[in-house]
Design a protein around this ligand. Structure first.
Ligand SMILES: [Zn+2]
Length: 113
């Protein structure tokens, strides 16, 4: 697999640091930072209490039912660790921004009379 000089288009070895034809410096684009739609936040639809379980489920593609079951089990049998974790997530996880409402319908003055 070859890379191509950005300056002159010459095919170069993968490990080439400079173009052998024009001397332009080769560099590799850093891998894109992981900023997906799956950022951890508390969604507004589908939430039971604060949306923590729903947010975790959305972010990791888990089944929200299992997230809730495990949270409840930990809260009841884990000496409150599930409850504590829930509260920590509640505080730490940002809330999903409010979706902008659809544009207001044009005002129709009441007719009749
Ligand atoms: Zn070149």
């Amino acid at each position: 697999m070859a890379i191509y000089c950005r300056n002159c288009g010459k095919a170069l070895n993968d490990d080439a640091r400079f173009c052998s034809a024009c001397g332009a410096q080769m560099y590799y684009a850093p891998p894109p930072l992981y900023t997906g739609a799956s950022r951890l936040m508390r969604p507004r639809p589908g939430r039971m209490i604060a949306g923590v379980c729903q947010g975790l489920a959305n972010s990791y593609a888990w089944d929200v039912v299992w997230v809730r079951v495990i949270t409840v089990l930990l809260a009841v049998f884990g000496g409150g660790s599930g409850l504590l974790a829930y509260i920590i997530f509640w505080v730490v996880m940002p809330e999903e921004p409010i979706a902008l409402p659809p544009p207001a319908a044009t005002y129709n003055p009441p007719s009749g009379s």
